[in-house]
Design a protein around this ligand. Structure first.
Ligand code: NAD
Length: 281
């Protein structure tokens, strides 16, 4: 009897082994994976059975992150504003692992811009759009290039709650993230005819490095702990605040077959923040 309890029947063993292997045999490429949401998602994907190529403009940090994540992680330097870099990252992934199943266009930056449209700096606008929008488009284009012949694949992008509402961030960033949602909606219908799904995730504020850098510019002299508390106070809901793992969990769902009928969707991960704000309008 004890033996039968310890050595469960095969079907039961398979059932209990399922969590943690949603991406078994899959290959993912994640941009902006050296830190924050990208790093957390790479970790989760690897823990769920995937091989992951991390692409980032920060070479040393990217290499360090890949080392931390072990043999199923590799790093390639990539500036998403350069189409040739994005194309090479896709080709590197395919030549290393034979396929690309999941492309996560996650790299993005915020920007320190004045609050009024009258004072908009269009050079800053161009720089942010080059990373947050053109970079996503380049990722979409080159992932589709290798996924369409296989008639399968999943493309993910990181948008933001700021792409859904005015007044949460400076115009430039909000516009860039609305555009990411637009890219997903626009591409979904074409890609679905090739068996490719595309979705984005809109996170609430999380004190990752780029958010901290921006806050330091707005609040010079305020120490880091206080800035983290400001972000949490802003986004807190019923005692919880948004963490990179919340976004990684959403990405895992969208990347896996659990979401096999979900495409063209913007998955908002904000603890209800945007709904509550909408109701109070
Ligand atoms: P992060 O700063 O930890 O990570 C961003 C990564 O992108 C960095 O590793 C950075 O080196 C990389 N990167 C920047 N420019 C790049 C370029 N040109 N080419 C390649 N890589 C580049 O910040 P994060 O919060 O993890 O940001 C990830 C994504 O999440 C971004 O698209 C961001 O806009 C989005 N987002 C973040 C929040 C938040 O509050 N943290 C909220 C909503 C959306």
């Amino acid at each position: 009897f004890i033996l039968r309890v310890l050595v469960a029947p095969t079907s039961h063993r398979q059932f209990s082994a399922h969590p943690g292997s949603k991406l078994e045999g899959k290959v993912a490429l994640i941009t902006g994976a050296a830190s924050g949401i990208g790093k957390e998602t790479a970790t989760k994907f690897i823990n769920d059975g995937a091989k992951v190529v991390l692409a980032d403009i920060q070479k040393d940090q990217g290499q360090q992150t890949a080392r931390e994540l072990g043999p199923n992680a590799a790093f390639i330097p990539c500036d998403v504003t350069r189409e040739s870099d994005v194309s090479q990252a896709v080709d590197f992934t395919v030549s290393k692992h034979g396929q690309l199943d999941i492309m996560y266009n996650n790299a993005g930056i915020a920007c320190h811009t004045p609050p009024s449209v009258v004072d908009l700096d269009l050079a800053t606008f161009d720089r942010v759009m080059a990373i947050n929008v053109r970079g996503v488009l380049a990722g979409l284009k080159h992932a589709a290039r290798v996924m369409i012949p296989r008639q399968s694949g999943v493309i993910l992008c990181t948008a933001s709650v700021t792409g859904l509402m005015g007044g949460l961030a400076q115009h430039t960033y909000s516009i860039s993230k609305s555009s990411v949602i637009g890219i997903v909606k626009s591409a979904a219908s074409e890609l679905c005819s090739h068996g490719i799904r595309i979705n984005c995730i809109s996170p609430m504020a999380i004190p990752t490095p780029f958010v901290m850098e921006e806050l330091k510019k707005y609040y010079p002299g305020v120490d880091a702990q206080k800035l983290v508390k400001m972000v949490h106070d802003f986004s807190v809901l019923r005692g919880a605040f948004c963490e990179p793992s919340d976004i990684a969990n959403a990405a895992l769902f969208l990347a896996s077959d659990d979401a096999k009928f979900v495409s063209g969707h913007n998955l908002v991960v904000d603890g209800g923040f945007t709904s509550i704000k909408s109701l109070s309008l």
